[in-house]
Design a protein around this ligand. Sequence first.
Ligand code: EPZ
Length: 420
Amino acid sequence: MDKFVIQGGRPLNGAVNISGAKNATLELMPAALLAPGVYRLTNTPNIRDVWTMSRLMASMGAHAELNDDELFLDTSNITVLEAPYDHVKKMRASIHVLGPLLARYGYAKVSLPGGCAWGPRPVDFHLKGLERLGAEITLEGGYIIARAERLRGAHVAFDIASVGATFNIMAAATLARGVTTITNAAMEPEVTAAGRFLQKMGAQIGGLGTSTITIEGVDELKPADEETIPDRIETGTLLTAIAITGGRGTLRRTNPYHLAFVLEKLEDVGCEIDIHADEITLAAPDQLKPVDITTAVYPGFPTDMQAQWMALMACANGTSVVTDAIYKDRFTHVPELGRLGCDIHVNDNSATIRGGKKLTGATVMSTDLRGSVAMVLAALVADGVTEVLRIYHLDRGYERLEQRLGCLGALIRREKTEEM
Ligand code: EPZ
């Protein structure tokens, strides 16, 4: 397993490019199961989750090959309609194959995802939505078995605007007979990007980017090519790295519109933000102001930026409160941040951060993708050397993070460890 060794204390300055969005790619790839053929997805990030999805689709008979940032996908010969436990346990987004397989082939057998680092991750919205579309769903031995001669259009309403469930129902509805309306649909840019890709494939979809999406089913779709949208969470993470270290930097090939709320909060903290087309420049203030956040569905403050914000607030001049209204227990990173000197107390789904304490380097253990990157951010300002272990969590969603941060002046290197 690899670890990061980080020497804190250097302000980050300079410019780096942003990669394609992990969470868009993890919808575009399974969408290709809806129409047999060859696809080219450009601006695809070279990260572990893309490898995992590629391996899952290869186990079904697809061919996936990433050259630089161009993903070649061939779904002409899908013969296995299953997502086995050993894939799904590695990545919850494996469940995104459920809707496409069921719509295209009338059958899917997908392992129930377990929990994740911070707790249970139910899939009841996915299953209820597919049943509304006429699927017969049974649970056997930890697997979802879904069957349908042909799905039929229906009205599907979500209690919570679920990203994954919106994708699964939207994708399945493209080949259903009749019209499907999804109310309280997720509006995340990644869902909108998947909907646009499906339209390119011939799907009839209206309302993308709003909370009501309508899909008029067609008899068949055709392959299409697509350029993946930039990763808004990588953008927010690197902006936070520049802010926490007191630097000035520019992120290129991104989309400021996809994280407007985060940019506003960074300005509230005292950062100067300049937008120029697909570039964001941030100049950090001498003193960071404490700013409370509560996570929400898009376009609110993303839960995937909650841990990073906590690290930033640990360096602010005062006390702030971070509340996660999406995942009430997404706080496994707090004890590890505490080892670096962050003064954070969690009560229910809120954390109180007393900023301004001196951070000192230590050895910390990655917990999950975003929790681990919060430890990296704190390590960038801690006195001395920090070792962040088990960074395979990080490699799931950040492409060569040490190179990006190194480009901006961070003293960070990747090392192998004996740990298995
Ligand atoms: C997506 O997960 C993202 N993953 C997550 O990013 C992100 O944190 C999450 O959306 C919220 O924005 C991908 O896109 C691959 P949800 P997803 O369904 O689709 C509850 C990262 O770091 N819920 O929108 O699984 C759920 O428990 C990852 O990149 C149900 O109750 O999230 C949560 O409280 C981590 N029943 C809320 O809805 C369901 O059937 C939102 O979950 C589905 C969800």
